[in-house]
Design a protein around this ligand. Sequence first.
Ligand code: TYD
Length: 139
Amino acid sequence: MDFVATKVDDCRWIDIRRYSDTRGYLSVIEGNIDIPFEIKRIYYLYQVPGASRGEHAHKQLSQLMFATSGSVRVTLNDGKRKKSFVLDCPWKGLLVKPGLWRTLDNFSDNSVLMVLASEKYEPDDYIRDYQEFLKFKGL
Ligand code: TYD
């Protein structure tokens, strides 16, 4: 099962396609072309005060995260190893696989974190208890 086996190193940066000319930049993401899933949902986090968010894992959901403005730190944890990524540019996307505990913090002023998701919102896809997460991972 994907969830159990996923490691932090299975996540990777994706250079988001961009087109530039004298008028500036335009970036585009097409499902199943630029990222390995169909986009079923988009949500975004903004005006986050000095707090952390996330603190959960997903059983099935894959996501692409990127900051269209400002910067955000995303820390992924597979139960054995943690890895942090700073999302600070609109063409630097982080592909986040299911089966990883994630913490989002260090939101800069005016940051906007965009999340493209492979599934519609499904509360049962969440694991919000860290001990339960470790059990799911067989640890
Ligand atoms: P929550 O999962 O607590 O945010 P975080 O990703 O920081 O852990 O979500 C906050 C609220 O938004 C919660 O009431 C559920 C709701 N929500 C939706 O209705 N649909 C969605 O797609 C998402 C991501 C959240």
